[in-house]
Design a protein around this ligand. Structure first.
Ligand SMILES: NC(=O)C1=CN([C@@H]2O[C@H](COP(=O)(O)OP(=O)(O)OC[C@H]3O[C@@H](n4cnc5c(N)ncnc54)[C@H](O)[C@@H]3O)[C@@H](O)[C@H]2O)C=CC1
Ligand SMILES: O=C1O[C@H](COP(=O)(O)O)[C@@H](O)[C@H](O)[C@H]1O
Length: 259
């Protein structure tokens, strides 16, 4: 990719996982509403490529996307318990502003950070906890309709729909990644749901790298490692994006203290 890539929410966990492995692979433009401390900015990223801005600010977003080839849009309120006023502003309005600025500037593709919480209500009482265990064969594959767990999940489903709209009407390539549970170093201990949807840092960076490199129209994929316990299929991410994860939460089943 010759032209810059804009990373919104660059100072957060997902943004930092991406930059940890891909710092040297792209001409990054980093955006976050919080000023990024030095240690969060990779060497080689100039000060003028770092934007302190809110994604709901139309003018700031217009400036940030000018000349950009692709966007990884992560900025937003990531809390499953986030209240409506926050997800409405940061997640829905912010995502609309990013997509609108993208099409106006002729950006080619946007990878949008959606969430497992867009589909959390598939985890019904009769399916759980078996759903989280290796023997269970139930799979969500990305073609199912959203069934949000909470208002945060509603905001992610809205982001996916905005992506569909901007793809269908403006030919923007959009991939919505329903990210599972990004945890550094190992999956969450004593949390079967978290182990089933674990996304390791290196698989996260690889997945978003594939989102930048692959050709697609509009896609919804799951962003998890190749966990034995999975109830999200990663087949579509493999087929369309060439995603080839290396981690599996089963390799970390026991807390080191209990081994
Ligand atoms: N960490 C995870 O396991 C998962 C994360 N996601 C999604 O991935 C994205 C990133 O999540 P994390 O890195 O975990 O969150 P985080 O809270 O660590 O990072 C989010 C970053 O976005 C910035 N931000 C928030 N609102 C903003 C706004 N209006 N304008 C500009 N910047 C803003 C924050 O300052 C922060 O640096 C979020 O959209 C979240 O919903 C989805 C599923 C799982
Ligand atoms: O979307 C998100 O999902 C993960 C996993 O959800 P959890 O309810 O099982 O913890 C969450 O950790 C993350 O903060 C959130 O953005």
């Amino acid at each position: 990719m010759d032209d810059p890539v804009l990373l919104t929410g660059a100072g957060g966990r997902v943004g930092q996982a991406i930059l940890r492995d891909l710092a040297d692979d792209y001409d990054w433009r980093l955006l976050d509403r919080e000023p990024l401390p030095k240690e969060k900015i990779p060497e080689g990223v100039d000060d003028d490529a770092v934007y302190v801005a809110d994604v709901t600010d139309d003018d700031a977003m217009r400036e940030a996307v000018d000349g950009v080839e692709a966007i990884i849009h992560l900025a937003g309120d990531p809390r499953p318990e986030a209240p409506w006023d926050s997800v409405l502003r940061n997640n829905i309005d912010g995502t609309h502003t990013v997509f609108a600025a993208a099409v106006e500037a002729g950006v080619k593709k946007v990878a949008f950070a959606s969430s497992n919480h867009a589909v959390g209500a598939y985890e019904t009482d009769d399916r759980t906890p078996d759903l989280y265990r290796p023997h269970d064969e139930y799979r969500l594959n990305g073609s199912e309709a959203p069934r949000p767990s909470n208002l945060y999940g509603v905001s992610k489903a809205a982001g996916e729909t905005l992506g569909r709209y901007y793809h269908d009407h403006f030919d923007l390539s959009v991939v919505c990644v329903r990210i599972g549970n990004l945890t550094r170093g190992h999956p969450p201990w004593n949390y079967e749901r978290g182990q089933a949807m674990w996304l390791s840092y290196r698989d996260c960076a690889h997945l978003f790298d594939r989102c930048l490199q692959a050709d697609y129209g509009y896609e919804v994929v799951y962003g998890i490692s190749d966990n034995e316990r999975k109830y999200y299929s990663i087949d579509r991410a493999r087929e369309v994006l060439g995603y080839d994860p290396v981690d599996n939460s089963a390799e970390f089943e026991q807390h080191p203290k209990n081994q």
